[in-house]
Design a protein around this ligand. Structure first.
Ligand SMILES: NC(=O)c1ccc[n+]([C@@H]2O[C@H](COP(=O)([O-])OP(=O)(O)OC[C@H]3O[C@@H](n4cnc5c(N)ncnc54)[C@H](OP(=O)(O)O)[C@@H]3O)[C@@H](O)[C@H]2O)c1
Length: 356
């Protein structure tokens, strides 16, 4: 019996060694001086009841980075899953947690209150990265932390958005120790440069849609020149949302996960298409946030450090880029958002109408 137990123990140790060898956690140093793990667990559209299993299996599979947002409504569930992890003796400083300021909090005077609310829900003293979620702003509903709606269902826009005033309040949060690094999400080039040029603490991260059909070449150049790390969202093509007409304005493209060119590369490495898509981004120095509620996929999505795409394969993947025509997210889920003066994709929308 004791012999069998020893063998079982040795098998577990061996398995752990094999797993940690095939999934070494890689990090990128941000301009703030802090390290961000290049693979994080995405949690958008992850209901609270799925969080415990997803976050726990992610942490057990080697993820040390979790991405959430005030608007995802799951910060409290993430906080509970993290507490369980810490109760097992794991340390807060070994994790990287990101959350985001919601569009209803887009005023300098509201930043601190919204970050404190997120910290309370997450049950944390600080987050590693606090991002301005979107460049536009909504008026808050009187009773709940949701945008107020007009009679036709459109959101009530808060038109007085001042990015520089908000950024000053973000900087104060770093100085107060409530977040370690600050950054932007979904800002366009002009909006990003405005904040960057006036910032005392420079944005160290930009989180944007970046997937094989929309590879964001221009933004990558802009950010690389300024030492702003890019985090990609929807690298798998966001199959849970791309059929939603309110999200996409361009013609639907074939599913990235089923793309025959990606499949061919995957077969050559004995990997899945998801792994090839994630590897393509991380091999170019981009941070990724694959979202899954399934433990097997969660494990699969971090198993990308034991193979490398060849130059020809990278070329083939780069060739899938359709620029703005490949964009999935336009945020039309918030009806009327494009009328906000800081709606980031206005130029592209005009161009699209011209070519129709
Ligand atoms: N800053 C922003 O405005 C913004 C916007 C969008 C997203 N994000 C962040 O980025 C994260 C990722 O983006 P996303 O959720 O849009 O899309 P994504 O990660 O590209 O795709 C997630 C979808 O792919 C499925 N999936 C995951 N792994 C898979 C695998 N190995 N094989 C097949 N299917 C797989 C998931 O289904 P199952 O769950 O059923 O496995 C889910 O439906 C978000 O969760 C969020 O944290 C940020």
């Amino acid at each position: 019996m004791a012999h069998a137990r020893t063998i079982l123990y040795l098998c577990v140790v061996l398995a752990t060694l094999v797993i940690s060898k095939s999934t070494p956690q890689k990090t990128i140093k941000l301009s703030s001086g802090h390290e961000i793990p290049v693979v994080g667990l995405g949690t958008w559209q992850m209901p609270s009841e799925a969080i415990d299993v997803a976050v726990t299996s992610a942490l057990e599979s080697g993820y040390r980075h979790i991405d959430t947002a005030f608007t995802y409504g799951n910060e409290e569930a993430i906080g509970k899953a993290l507490k369980k992890w810490f109760d097992k003796g794991n340390k807060r400083q070994d994790l990287f947690i990101t959350t985001k300021l919601p569009p209803i909090g887009m005023r300098g005077s509201l930043v601190e209150a919204y970050l404190k609310l997120s910290l309370e829900k997450l049950n944390l003293e600080y987050v590693d990265l606090y991002l301005i979620h979107k460049p536009f702003a909504f008026v808050k509903d009187k009773y709940k932390h949701q945008p107020a709606l007009n009679e036709d269902g459109s959101v009530v826009l808060d038109l007085d958005t001042d990015h520089l005033d908000i950024w000053k309040a973000m900087e104060k949060q770093v100085k107060a120790g409530r977040c370690r690094s600050i950054g932007l999400s979904n800002f366009n080039r002009t909006q990003l440069l405005n904040v960057y040029d006036h910032a005392e603490i420079k944005p160290s991260n930009l989180q944007i849609e970046l997937q094989a059909y929309n590879q964001q070449r221009e933004m990558r150049e802009v950010c690389s020149l300024r030492n702003i790390a890019i985090t990609a969202f929807s690298t798998l093509g966001s199959p849970g949302s791309s059929s939603d007409k309110r999200t996409r304005i361009y013609k639907s493209l074939p599913k990235l996960l089923d793309n025959p060119k990606v499949k061919r590369i995957a077969d050559a490495h004995n990997k899945t298409t998801a792994q090839v898509l994630l590897r393509h981004a991380t091999q170019a120095g981009i941070i990724v946030l694959p979202k899954s509620t399934h433990p097997d996929r969660i494990r699969q999505n971090i198993g990308i450090f034991d193979f490398e795409l060849t130059d020809d394969e990278v070329k083939l993947m780069n060739g899938l880029d359709k620029g703005e025509q490949g964009r999935i997210f336009h945020f039309f889920i918030d009806k009327g958002v494009e009328k906000h003066p800081q709606y980031p994709f206005a130029t592209q929308l005009k161009n699209e109408k011209k070519t129709e």
